[in-house]
Design a protein around this ligand. Structure first.
Ligand code: SF4
Length: 200
């Protein structure tokens, strides 16, 4: 959503925008620049059901598979970074006395992908800023295979978050439509395909 702020346009970005940006840069552009109303898709509805099911299962489990003896589990945590001007809702955050561990639930086949890593890097950076705790490792829980995958966040991923957030803000404020994704298979099921007349 774009807002007027002290006479200047401001754009409120989310970690979901960042994930979508890594998938196809046009998706967050359409969300923020075009007056596009899109239908709630089956995928979005299923996402909410999956989140509730995983939460219920996770509450019954111990923390050993995270390599932790103890910690507080916080589900559905809203976070906002003032420095990145980026907000997001994390599926699960495990907090110990001196560290925090973001966990993202993914209802996906095919393992952890690049856009998932960037999303987790952003959560790690926001958690470090907001809670002033170290984030030694992050996790993706792959729902279909019930696999918990450790995802280390390094300087490269952090730099990419800063670069991508800056570039995303630039194209949205400048209303400068980005190039389409080079992976055309992604376009077939995309809710914005009607707006990308140039690719067909
Ligand atoms: S149709 Fe393709 S290029 Fe257009 S927004 Fe969707 S994924 Fe991106």
């Amino acid at each position: 959503m774009n807002l007027e702020h002290h006479g200047e346009r401001r754009v409120d970005l989310t970690v979901t925008d960042l994930k979508q940006w890594a998938y196809c840069a046009r998706i967050p552009y359409y969300h923020h620049v075009m007056p596009v109303e899109f239908a709630r898709t089956y995928k979005m509805e299923r996402g909410r059901d999956v989140e509730a099911a995983v939460q219920a299962l996770e509450k019954r489990r111990g923390l050993r598979r995270y390599g932790l003896d103890r910690g507080e589990r916080r589900f559905g945590v809203w976070l906002h970074s003032a420095s990145l001007e980026l907000a997001g809702k994390l599926d699960l955050l495990i907090v110990t006395q001196d560290a925090a561990y973001p966990v993202d639930f993914k209802d996906t086949e095919g393992g952890v992908r690049y856009n998932h890593r960037i999303q987790l890097a952003a959560y790690a950076m926001i958690v470090e800023e907001v809670l002033a705790l170290a984030v030694p490792i992050t996790f993706v829980y792959l729902v279909p295979s019930r696999q918990l995958v450790r995802v280390a966040i390094g300087d490269k991923e952090r730099a990419e978050v800063i670069r991508a957030v800056g570039e995303m803000r630039r194209v949205i404020l400048g209303e400068d439509m980005p190039d389409p994704t080079p992976v055309r298979a992604r376009c077939t099921a995309c809710e914005f395909r009607n707006y990308c007349a140039d690719i067909w």
